[in-house]
Ligand binder design. Sequence first.
Ligand SMILES: Nc1nc2c(ncn2[C@@H]2O[C@H](COP(=O)(O)OP(=O)(O)OP(=O)(O)O)[C@@H](O)[C@H]2O)c(=O)[nH]1
Length: 413
Amino acid sequence: MDILILAVVIAVVAVVAIGGLVVTGVRKKKTPRLDRSAPPPTITPPPTEPQVGEEAGPPRAEERRTIEEVELPRPPVGATDAEAAAPPAPPQPEAPGIEVPAPTAGRLVRLRERLSRSQNTLGRGLLTLLSRDHLDEDTWEEIEDTLLTADVGVAPTQELVERLRERVRVLGTRSPAELRALLREELLALIGTDLDRTVHTEGGVSSEGVVRPGVVLVVGVNGTGKTTTTGKLARVLVADGRSVVLGAADTFRAAAADQLQTWGERVGARTVRGPEGGDPASVAFDAVKEGIGESADVVLIDTAGRLHTKTGLMDELGKVKRVVEKHGPVDEVLLVLDATTGQNGLIQARVFAEVVDITGIVLTKLDGTAKGGIVIAVQRELNVPVKLVGLGEGADDLAPFEPEAFVDALIGD
Ligand SMILES: Nc1nc2c(ncn2[C@@H]2O[C@H](COP(=O)(O)OP(=O)(O)OP(=O)(O)O)[C@@H](O)[C@H]2O)c(=O)[nH]1
């Protein structure tokens, strides 16, 4: 009997134990929680496809995590349920950065190295000739030739040689330092130290009685660096804290408007443009109108400069200027000339001066020529000062023209 009771108790205990195990297993299935202290579950990897270059073989026994084991990123503190539930936003492209142009003060001095490198032959040649023991007729002729070769122009060359001859005769002794000082003074006198070389961008009051921006027309033959100069000038103005609107009035070449717009975008200046082949005057008019509308400080207008016929150019530029003047006067008309083109540049200068009143000259590519004398020749030709010089293709390689720094670069220290 005792044995029977013992057998029944063992049977009951066994049934209860087996029942408990089954329930625990079911619960585990219902709430599959990761028990990190427990030994890793045995995972049977799914069969992997053979990859290129691999031999088809038995599947690799890599450990794989189940979806329950992968932790989701925590929502940021303070995020709403909706935000937390939302899938993460794709990374946004960064807004294109607006560049900060280099300050304009002392730019020519900074770029002097580049200028003096290209102008070496003129300054050094003159000083070497002037240092000869005997300054005879032949030497003076060589001095004259050196100046003419550097595009100084006939009349200014003769003036310079005459004045140098006179002063060297009076001076008697001629130390290198004295000769250098002499040449410096005479070159400065020819270039002029008291001309107004500011680019006028003051603006004023429009014909409708509201404040209007300064208006600058940039003219010149295509290829001289006109569009580049307009873009660089925008940077100069922005560097000086002015707001700028650009007018792409060179409507004959879509690429010119694109080029200008790219320059503008780099410094946060908006470009007003018209349809390709549209009326340049109407684009120029709109640019000034928008400049007035958004209270910009300056509107820079890049014009087309095809020199096929003088009358065509005259009609076009004349019209642009007249139409813009409906808003108020144009403050500055800058003629862009390529310094490397020598006499050709002077001919262009003459034609443009007949078409429109030039108020300032920009000489580009001075870094690429040893003929810096063009500064003197072109000022003489037009009776208009050189206001800016281009000294490279870099965005900040446009400098206000400073006669002293320029002459120092010509003749070296
Ligand atoms: N080395 C050097 N290159 C310059 C300078 N200024 C402009 N350039 C280059 O001259 C080339 C012509 O410049 P653009 O501004 O396109 O000339 P553009 O007169 O507007 O002519 P289009 O674009 O045809 O209307 C470009 O490659 C410029 O980078 C400068 O001062 N020095």
